[in-house]
Write a protein that binds this ligand. Sequence first.
Ligand code: SAJ
Length: 406
Amino acid sequence: SSVGVIGLGYIGLPTAAILADHGVTTIGVDVSERNVAAVNKGEVPFVEPGLREVLERAVSSGTLTATTQTPTAEAYIVAVPTPFTEAHAADLSYIEAAADGIAGKLTGGELIILESTSPPGATEHLAQRILAARPDLGAEDILVAHCPERVLPGRIMEEMITNDRIIGGLTPAAAEAARDLYSAFAKGEFLLTDARTAEMAKLTENSFRDVNIAFANELSVISHRLGIDVWELIELANHHPRVNILQPGPGVGGHCIAVDPWFIVDAAPEESRLIRTARETNDAKPEWVLGRIEQALESAGPAPTVALLGLAFKADIDDLRESPALQIAQTLAERAPQAQLLAVEPHIQTLPAALSGFSNVALTDLDEALQRADVVVLLVDHQVFKDLPAARLGEAVLIDTRGIWR
Ligand code: SAJ
């Protein structure tokens, strides 16, 4: 049997590599010729610990190949992006394009799994789109399921195998077929349900986290006003057996937690008041951090140097998507042309597009940034920053948004 994995990004590529590494003939599909060429050479186009070894093994054993064309296969896994529009609604165009590619290849009896995070109803939409393109097929000729991916970037290779999996079939038969496919490698529990509940479950998990991080971020703003160390406060409160507060930071980034709650708000706007407020609270945090930096700049002389430590959306990855650190760097570059900004991001080699247009921004190494900075802003709790001895921080004004230097 063979599986086509549509989309070779942060989820699709590890999925394809692990499937193939477990002996399943796997064909990866991506619109980017460059990605396809890289994968066929066993190269990973992004940072994910442990992925390269598995990919190399799968490619050299011949079980994994990559192409830009949707192949004929017995099963398909769709792992394409679901970004959101200006109006905070889900953009299903990548899912639709994947559906169109698959539709042309079907002979009947195929399993189609949507893994992309999706608003309620997206799996039905995918099935309807395929059936509209293929009037010769009936609903009973395709097995369609939603199996949301819940692996944590940075720990994907482990979690993809060990996590429990929610499997939502449009029909019970589709759910069972999807379970059989995943049992090739997944060792966690399989939780069978319908597609709509599966879609909502994934959105609910990320909204749970967003709401709880918003609580921590609100506490940090309150604590700052009241002259209280929020990290000590949370540590103390968390000693209570039924309290478990998350960590405040410069905001919430990534392509999941900063996005998924909006899909719930969009689906039920009147009823999603808490979820919306949490999103707005977290989205407002970069602006609050900027205010603190601008305050520090006022007393730092006419041409201050600011070290910005970290640009990624969280620790020890190279992913800049929806990154509050990047947003803070870009806004500061615009608003403080008199300041020289030294961005330190050990996981990337060149300034990202969002910053490359500014003459007052440079990507430097940690040593240079610490030597020259009047103000040091810690934005990401990368291990290299945590390992810094306090003496290295010198005389600069410190703004530690992650509480690692207390
Ligand atoms: N963050 C905080 N404080 C915290 C925890 C996180 O400010 O206490 C920030 C991070 O710095 C980052 C953002 O939140 O900017 C999100 O990071 P994360 O580690 O919480 O989550 P992601 O986006 O890397 O992955 C999440 C995970 N979901 C949950 O933990 C419920 C992962 O399991 C999902 O697979 C992933 O979203 C996804 O793809 O949906």
